[in-house]
Ligand binder design. Structure first.
Ligand SMILES: *[C@@H]1O[C@H](CO)[C@@H](O)[C@H](O)[C@H]1NC(C)=O
Ligand SMILES: *[C@@H]1O[C@H](CO)[C@@H](O)[C@H](O)[C@H]1NC(C)=O
Ligand SMILES: *[C@@H]1O[C@H](CO)[C@@H](O)[C@H](O)[C@H]1NC(C)=O
Ligand SMILES: *[C@@H]1O[C@H](CO)[C@@H](O)[C@H](O)[C@H]1NC(C)=O
Ligand SMILES: *[C@@H]1O[C@H](CO)[C@@H](O)[C@H](O)[C@H]1NC(C)=O
Ligand SMILES: [Zn+2]
Length: 516
């Protein structure tokens, strides 16, 4: 969804804010953003409570640039074992990243209570794969993330059976005698992981999931590792429908599947830094992810969010807060949002209810950027999500830049928070999506190209960043922390328990890959 903001609406909104805080609209022509913040927070100055204009001053380009180079140097530490710079979980580059974050936080004295949380994550890799159906290799075939290898890492052969009802129960497979076959299953109703698990439980050698929507490939992940899962490929709708038609016409299709790869279990770590000051029953939470994909150093994704949070955390240490602010650096985001999911799963109901808002900051400086606000609102998400979205709109307006809305569909670490009743949102600058002509009008850059042409690749290094966008977004993060750290006045209270369950399982992505 694209959205070009109407200047008139926000000016009116700002105007009414001003009118309720100061007497005269005469202020309007000279009132810049800093002025507005001073008006709103000056009453707290005695306690040195954080304010937006104060915290914004701690953010500058040279600070960001210096840290980007430090992070890249850490990614290079993986070269001996990975052959190239990376900060993927389990790599030296990621271990050094975690040490770096902790060591930078320790420089801030005891302003923060820094804690870590260990957890296990699956990390999969496919060296080689091949799918053959009816004597041909489907062009769209691609192994799903977290797929295991075929038996003994050798090709398996079998009949191709078309499983009815999307294979969401084992009996669907039994109805077509799927034992010793390669199961062809349509996307939909349940997750890819469950389809693969059911295929294995029914005795199939491998599974092929075909899309139910048009597209080149099915970029999917099994999302979790279950005991009976088999080697699983994705193919697009066109290929899938072609084979289904042949089977329905009575043709006996055969095929082979081959995947050589592995799934490792890696122990990794989330880092949490919480202000010692502030109301412990009212917590403002924000996060970025510390890990990258295996293919590259991940300086934009999400070195930028990682660094922005460090910069804002150091600035904040010069102030007092009213509400506790909790910074998080999640691990294993690239394996399917594992760290943030684990974190939320470990919260007791009481601890969960203390978190007032979660803000996600992933990919802050894409080279061909757009200022993207997650389209998270109160109708589909916990109460407070619209208010957060409005804070971002007002901020970009105040900086005189345009913005668009993008789907809030589970592609980053907000997922578990929303599903567990915590309002949230965030901003990003774009991944593998293609910039339109209309967006070039709004942001400059190049139409027809990815926002981040190095997304999930080796070239996501210090030259892959737009420093103007990064500065504005780091200032936006500072603004969000200062605003809510100082006051949550008017921000919705947490919702009652019964409503929370209605937010579950609405996201079709788990990180960068589709999950069902
Ligand atoms: C920029 O930020 C860095 C890191 O926060 C700080 O050390 C430096 O003094 C700042 N530079 C300027 C010119 O404000
Ligand atoms: C510091 O944080 C940890 C983890 O949340 C918590 O268990 C501990 O009680 C906190 N310590 C203080 C002094 O707040
Ligand atoms: C926080 O406020 C107290 C007074 O309420 C003050 O003594 C203290 O210095 C302040 N801390 C900071 C970091 O400004
Ligand atoms: C915002 O978009 C408009 C086109 O709708 C464009 O004229 C303007 O220059 C853009 N502003 C910035 C700061 O790029
Ligand atoms: C959301 O919060 C607002 C403001 O606190 C409140 O008026 C409203 O009733 C809440 N809505 C729901 C659905 O809880
Ligand atoms: Zn990311």
């Amino acid at each position: 969804m694209k959205f070009q903001h109407s200047k008139a609406t926000t000016s009116a909104a700002l105007f009414s804010l001003i009118c309720s805080s100061v007497a005269s609209p005469i202020w309007w022509p000279s009132l810049d953003f800093k002025g507005l913040q001073t008006v709103l927070t000056s009453s707290s100055e005695d306690d040195n409570i954080v304010s937006s204009d104060g915290l914004l001053d701690y953010v500058n380009k040279s600070g960001l640039l210096a840290r980007a180079h430090e992070l890249y140097a850490l990614a290079v530490r993986s070269e001996p074992s990975y052959g190239h710079p990376t900060r993927v979980i389990g790599s030296p580059g990621h271990e050094k990243t975690i040490e770096y974050i902790k060591s930078e936080l320790s420089k801030l004295g005891d302003y923060y209570n820094v804690s870590t949380q260990d957890f296990e994550a699956y990390s999969g890799f496919v060296y080689e794969s091949r799918l053959v159906i009816n004597g041909e290799i489907p062009k769209s075939a691609e192994p799903l993330s977290l797929t295991g290898p075929t038996k003994d890492k050798e090709p398996v052969y079998g009949r191709i059976v078309h499983v009815p009802n999307g294979g969401c129960s084992v009996s669907d497979f039994d109805s077509v005698l799927a034992s010793d076959s390669i199961a062809l299953i349509e996307r939909g109703t349940c997750s890819f992981g469950v389809k693969s698990e059911n295929a294995g439980a029914a005795g199939a050698f491998a599974a092929v999931i075909f899309d139910n929507q048009p597209g080149d490939t099915l970029h999917g992940t099994l999302g979790e590792v279950l005991p009976h899962q088999v080697a699983t490929f994705g193919i697009n709708r066109e290929d899938g429908q072609k084979y289904v038609k042949l089977i329905e016409e009575g043709k006996a299709l055969e095929g082979s599947a081959y995947i050589d790869g592995y799934i490792n279990v890696i122990t990794t770590q989330n880092i949490i830094a919480e202000t010692r000051g502030g109301n412990a029953d009212s917590i403002v939470c924000l996060g970025a992810h510390s890990d990258s994909v295996a293919e590259g150093p991940g300086i934009n994704d999400d070195g930028t969010g990682t660094i922005s949070l460090l910069e804002v955390a150091s600035g904040l240490a010069n102030y007092n807060v009213t509400n506790k602010v909790r910074f998080a650096w999640w691990s294993a985001e690239e394996e399917g949002l594992v760290g943030s999911n684990y974190y939320v799963s470990q919260l007791s109901p009481e601890e969960n209810r203390k978190i007032r808002v979660f803000m996600d900051y992933d990919m802050m400086a894409s080279p061909n950027y757009a200022y993207q606000i997650y389209d998270s609102d109160n109708s589909a998400n916990p109460n407070g999500s619209s208010e957060l979205r409005q804070l971002y709109i007002d901020f970009y307006e105040s900086q005189g830049v345009n913005y668009t809305f993008i789907p809030f569909d589970g592609r980053s670490d907000y997922y578990a928070f929303i599903e567990n009743g915590i309002p949230g949102g965030g901003v990003a600058t774009g991944a593998e999506g293609i910039k339109t002509e209309e967006e070039v009008e709004l942001f400059g850059g190049k139409a027809g190209e990815w926002y981040d042409s190095c997304y999930h690749q080796l070239c996501d290094d210090t030259t892959n960043l737009n420093y103007d966008a990064w500065l504005i977004n780091t200032r936006l993060i500072a603004h969000s922390v200062a605003t809510y750290g100082a006051s949550l006045k008017g921000f919705p209270e947490r919702e009652v328990e019964e409503k929370v369950s209605s937010y579950r399982s609405k996201f079709k992505y788990r990180g960068s890959k589709l999950i069902f």
